[in-house]
Ligand binder design. Structure first.
Ligand SMILES: Cc1cc2nc3c(=O)[nH]c(=O)nc-3n(C[C@H](O)[C@H](O)[C@H](O)COP(=O)(O)OP(=O)(O)OC[C@H]3O[C@@H](n4cnc5c(N)ncnc54)[C@H](O)[C@@H]3O)c2cc1C
Ligand code: SF4
Ligand code: SF4
Ligand code: SF4
Length: 436
């Protein structure tokens, strides 16, 4: 837990920040700016101490109250916002599961999975159900931007997952300061924060009609993307535009260079060369993961109205090449929107077996959260406080720390020299693990 609860400065220094930006709109005196912290390779809040009044000398600042890095009360938030009839330790509270894709071939092809997020948002805008949506766009270079998209073309331009830190601070501040009805797209932790913010700001709750959650097993720092590009002989500063996904399923990295040249790079899911695959995993899963992600216990965006994922199961891997999304619908709000969009021909919807949906992800990540927390706690690190989830502690999952140890090490020229050794050791350990 944190030593100092007055502001989120202590969240950052305790490695509990994951760049969500939710603290920014919580501040009544606008003392918080989210900056790109180049040393950490992530977005972090900076507090203007000449403006901050410590929430009128309260023991805990509002920015800390809403921060999902510190505490998530799943029991209370789920009871307040989610009405699903079923419950599963992996999926959370839900009503139904689906496989689905956008009817528009181009949206489906350009998006991450089946283009469901993009096509549903465009549908909601065109049907005048909402006035805008908080999305993450990538207009130039390697730094994404949270915006309010108010047109179909803006939503479409923001399609595709960004596997790097992304914050919703500016977009949520815009919603808080303007009239209208909105949707928010976010990772599980973004939505933990949005729901907490709505709890202390009922006006915001009335404005945000839809909460779309992306499954998420980790986010890597900007240093991870830079490392991966360099390993592929690309100078990060020469990149004009980057897309992490798209061009079918599971998709490719595609880059436009400042000199106009276009390049594509295979992703880990389709890479056959073992060394190149190890570098991809190093950049995007193990060594550059934000430390806070090591302690995350959600994965399936349990506090969303609808959760969206890749269908990583044998029905689709190697067979689907345009795009499919896997959905978990958690309440009436999500269900009504999906059915309307399907009836009006914007999406294709096929009911899926919840057991199959639950199994098609890295469930160890979710089941092992409490064990990883315990391992960090044992080492004296601050850990988040989760309420309303019972998970067993298992030594097997505690060992996971060994695979991720580099993610806790600051990245500089010296530490990066160790990476090839770390990658090789991990490959050997994983191989030995498979043998036993
Ligand atoms: C960091 C990250 C980790 C993920 N991990 C998993 C996983 O472990 N398993 C899995 O099945 N799926 C994971 N996903 C989700 C998956 O990649 C797809 O986003 C999801 O299947 C929806 O696809 P789609 O085609 O419907 O979305 P699209 O139509 O492509 O729309 C994607 C939407 O997500 C928004 N977005 C993109 N990046 C971010 C971001 N970093 N933060 C907030 N919003 C963003 C965009 O603004 C866009 O509106 C992850 C996504 C991200 C960004
Ligand atoms: S609210 Fe988000 S950005 Fe702010 S300190 Fe917490 S985790 Fe970091
Ligand atoms: S403690 Fe209160 S006033 Fe200070 S930055 Fe946080 S929210 Fe703003
Ligand atoms: S793993 Fe959890 S904390 Fe990390 S980015 Fe994903 S949802 Fe957020």
């Amino acid at each position: 837990m944190l030593r100092d609860h007055r502001t989120v400065t202590s969240v950052v220094s305790s490695d509990l920040c994951m760049s969500c930006g939710i603290c920014q709109p919580s501040c009544h005196v606008d003392a918080i700016t989210i900056i790109n912290d180049k040393k950490r390779g992530m977005f972090t809040p900076v507090i203007d101490e000449s403006i901050c009044d410590y929430c009128e000398e309260a023991k805990v600042g509002k920015c800390v109250v809403v921060c999902p890095g510190v505490e998530v009360n799943f029991a209370k938030l789920s009871q307040k916002f989610i009405e699903g009839q079923n419950n599963s330790p992996i999926l959370g509270t839900y009503d139904k599961c689906y496989y689905s894709h956008a009817t528009d071939h181009d949206i489906r092809f350009e998006s991450s999975s089946g283009g469901l997020v993009t096509s549903l948002l465009i549908f909601a805008l065109e049907q005048n159900l909402i006035d805008g949506v908080a999305v993450i766009t990538m207009d130039s270079g390697l730094e994404p931007r949270g915006i309010i998209a108010r047109t179909s073309s803006e939503v479409r331009a923001a399609a595709g997952s960004k596997y790097c830190p992304a914050h919703l601070g500016d977009a949520l501040s815009e919603i808080a300061n303007s009239e209208g009805r909105y949707a928010v797209v976010g990772l599980p932790c973004h939505l933990h924060g949005v729901r907490k913010l709505e709890k202390i700001n009922p006006q915001l709750k009335l404005k945000i009609l839809y909460h779309f959650g992306l499954y998420c097993a980790n986010t890597n720092s900007f240093h991870g993307t830079e490392y991966f590009l360099r390993e592929n002989e690309i100078i990060p500063e020469d990149v004009s535009h980057l897309r992490y996904r798209g061009m079918g399923w599971p998709g490719l990295f595609s880059l436009t260079m400042k000199n106009g040249e276009k390049k594509t790079i295979k992703r880990g899911t389709t890479e056959t060369d073992k060394k190149r695959r190890a570098k991809f995993s190093s950049a995007f899963h193990y060594d550059f993961q934000l430390p806070r992600c090591f302690t995350c216990n959600d994965l399936t965006a349990e506090l969303a109205d609808i959760s969206f994922a890749d269908p990583w199961n044998k029905k689709f891997i190697g067979k689907e090449n345009v795009g499919k999304s896997m959905l978990v619908v958690r309440n009436k709000i999500g269900d009504e929107l999906l059915k309307l969009a399907a009836n009006m021909g914007a999406i294709v919807l096929e009911e899926a077996d919840p057991e199959e949906v639950a199994r098609s992800q890295n469930v160890d990540f979710k089941q092992g959260a409490q064990s990883r927390l315990r391992a960090l706690h044992f080492l004296g690190k601050a850990t988040p406080h989760y309420i309303g989830k019972i998970q067993k502690v298992n030594v097997r999952y505690m060992w996971n720390l060994v695979f991720h140890v580099m993610s806790f090490v600051p990245k500089n020229k010296t530490t990066l020299k160790f990476l090839p050794f770390v990658q090789l050791s991990r490959r050997i350990m994983l191989k030995l693990g498979n043998l036993f």
